[in-house]
Design a binder for this molecule. Structure first.
Ligand SMILES: [Zn+2]
Length: 500
């Protein structure tokens, strides 16, 4: 902005019609203010300017203006049109060349540079946020369930873990941050039909009621110990021996399966854990690459009570307290699994609880199991965990695939709406409040947090650009208005005859 001293100097120069001084003083004013200030100063002093296009003129012009001779008046009138035209050209140059370059667009340019800086900062912030989200996504989406019996729960330095702090499991159990973690979301559009997958054959599952089984509330799940006589004798390269089975569940409002199918959770999930018979026991096998096989089944709500599940659930109140256990009579454990074991998904994953060993060959059956609403409620409501808290929502969130492929033992033909007609999961009415695992690149479909942020910043950038454009147009319009007003208020008169 022009200082009062400079402005006064300009006014004084105009008063004395000292155009040379005026122009000198005028140069001290910021370019953006010159045209406006010139206009204001002339208007304030009420003087009719007499000069030609900003050319310097002499003080004798003062006398000529005050006392024009008749001849001069005639010449002045004749030259007025030409002079006005020259002056308009000059003002046009001044306003458009100097005024626009130095003043009219000066503020918009400054604004634009500010906006550019802010945009760059926003883009940088965006990339930072996306990379942070990407790097933390695996641990963020980690939640868990328990895979092992008590002695297998080799804990870290602090020992305790819970489903409410899945993000921190990797601090004590570094395997939990691996790239082959479980559970996962099974995207049925991306599963690969592998006809070479051998059917699963079970042996020794039909236990007599003379065999008692230990039912345990280990603080993380309801677990049933299984005898070594139960085995998988076909379907894998080795025979796998049963160790225990357990469940994962949610609440009445939140479905609690660990695996999801097309991002849909089921109310609950059963895991039957086996270890490779070439190892002495579960503990030894658990950390071996070919150590474990887990059979998983989804539990849904049906109209009728499931009498097989009732063999377990009828005793659940006996183990409501953490670390309590009871003995139940043996029964046909095969009946806890779906009728059809031939249709399943297969992938390499991990224990879904710490220490998250990546040693599990997973089999997830396509057909679901049905229990009554009352039975599911018994699972959801009966058990207590640490500090006498209610034991529920004991499921880990789906983990990233990191390039792993999910095989299926059956072909999935596209249905009329692009879905797969022979996938009963697709008929599940699970709510959409599931936790889904999406690859950063969107390989699993949907929008990641990075996509949302990128879109938001893109919109912000566009709005900024639009605002700048509008502002620049307003400034230009204002400059034009000033120019027009100057033309209307300043009357040109020639300085000398030579100029005519
Ligand atoms: Zn489990």
């Amino acid at each position: 902005m022009a200082s009062p001293v400079v402005t006064e100097g300009l006014r004084s120069a105009v008063h004395s019609l000292d155009i040379g001084t005026f122009l000198t003083k005028r140069k001290e004013v910021a370019g953006g203010q010159r045209a406006l200030l010139t206009y204001q100063v002339f208007q304030a002093v009420g003087v009719q300017m007499s000069s030609e296009g900003g050319q310097s003129c002499n003080k004798d012009v003062k006398g000529r203006l005050k006392k024009p001779s008749p001849g001069d008046q005639l010449l002045n009138r004749r030259s007025q049109a030409v002079g006005r035209r020259r002056r308009e050209e000059h003002q046009e140059e001044e306003l458009e060349d100097k005024g626009r370059d130095q003043g009219g667009l000066r503020e918009p340019l400054a604004l634009a540079s500010d906006m550019l800086l802010w945009s760059l900062a926003a883009v940088f912030l965006h990339s930072l946020v996306v990379s942070t989200a990407s790097s933390s996504s695996s641990s963020e989406e980690d939640e868990s369930s328990s895979e092992k019996d008590g002695e297998e729960r080799s804990k870290g330095s602090h020992g305790h873990w819970g489903y409410s702090d899945q993000d921190t499991w990797a601090l004590d159990f570094h395997h939990c941050n691996g790239k082959s973690q479980s559970p996962i979301n099974i995207d049925t559009r991306r599963t690969i039909f592998d006809p070479s997958l051998a059917p699963i054959r079970l042996e020794g599952y039909d236990l007599t009621d003379e065999e008692s089984l230990k039912l345990l509330n280990n603080g993380h799940t309801l677990q049933l110990s299984l005898p070594a006589s139960m085995r998988i004798i076909s379907g894998f390269d080795n025979i796998f021996t049963a160790a225990q089975l357990h469940f994962h569940w949610g609440t009445k409002e939140v479905p609690g399966s660990e695996h999801t199918v097309d991002n849909v959770h089921f109310p609950a999930e059963i895991h039957v854990v086996h270890y490779n018979s070439k190892y002495a026991n579960f503990s030894e096998a658990a950390s071996k690459p070919d150590g474990l096989v887990v059979l998983g089944g989804f539990i849904q709500i049906g109209l009728h009570e499931n009498e097989n599940y009732e063999k377990i659930l009828s005793s659940i109140k006996d183990v409501s307290i953490e670390e309590s256990d009871t003995e139940i009579p043996g029964f046909n454990v095969r009946h806890l699994l779906p009728n059809n074991l031939d249709r399943f998904y297969r992938y390499n994953g991990s224990l879904t609880t710490p220490p998250c060993f990546q040693t599990v060959n997973w089999t997830i059956f396509n057909e679901t199991i049905r229990v009554s609403r009352t039975q599911l409620a018994a699972l959801e409501d009966s058990l207590k965990a640490e500090h006498n808290r209610h034991l529920s929502k004991n499921f880990r969130a789906p983990q990233l695939l990191h390039g792993r492929q999910v095989l299926s033992s059956f072909s999935t033909l596209p249905g009329p709406e692009g879905r797969h007609v022979n996938v009963p999961f697709s008929t599940n009415d699970g709510s959409s409040d599931d936790v889904s695992a999406k690859e950063p690149g969107g390989a699993d479909g949907g929008f990641s947090r990075g996509d949302v942020l990128a879109t938001a910043f893109g919109i912000l950038f566009c709005v900024t650009l639009l605002s700048f454009t509008v502002y620049a147009c307003q400034q230009r319009r204002r400059s034009s208005r000033v120019k027009k007003e100057m033309r209307e208020n300043v009357i040109y008169k020639p300085a000398t005859r030579e100029d005519v």
